[in-house]
Design a protein around this ligand. Sequence first.
Ligand code: GLN
Length: 246
Amino acid sequence: MPPRVLRVCALYPDLMNIYADRGNLLVLERRCAWRGLGFRLTASGLDEPLDGAAHDLFYLGGGQDRDQLLCAEDLLRHKRKGLHEAAARGAVVLGVCGGFQLLGRSYVLGEQQIPGVELVDVSTVREDGPRLIGNVAIEVQLDAGARPRVLAGFENHGGRTRLGAGEAALGRVLEGHGNDGRSGLEGVRRGNVIGTYLHGPLLPKNVWFADWLIAAALGLDAAALAPLDDALEDAAHAGARRAAGV
Ligand code: GLN
């Protein structure tokens, strides 16, 4: 049987990539390779169409407000339909920070309203007040009955994000600010569409989550993935937790 291939589409990898979020893609690539799974990375930039059926996992990283505006316009024009089709068939869509904000309804910056692709019912407003910066840890439960796990990382955002009624957070803040510094909620999750403010980058510090994403994107149970020697990765996770005080 030919190896399974994880087909990843990185959206705007040049514009939406702060805090070395590209490391998230490297982790996916290495963990597939170590298991003998295929990996195919495609980039989709400005003015390029998006085939929602051609990829299993779509990744949108963090960005400066100015770059986010450029991408938001392009997302609506060229990629909204493909992303909705992909999400509807269970593909993984992962948005980090600015990418998370763009998965929602809108990002309001003073007079300006940046529209999102509305894959999830969240709204972000750049309020007066300090940026929400620091190490962060959240508790998440991705599967019913599974034990709660910790995601640890770093956040730096001016936007405050609120979830619409009925929309679920990715996790509960253990330490740090989370979506708005008040609600105790972090990120969003609707099926396999996930948004989070955790950079750091996210996946090198939380490889258990990388495996969950790989499995979800391939339609497998995470327990079906071959175990790896994660001594270094576990140390990175422990370090990120320590930094957050958890
Ligand atoms: N520009 C957004 C904000 O400041 C997102 C920043 C980021 O991706 N780190 O809220």
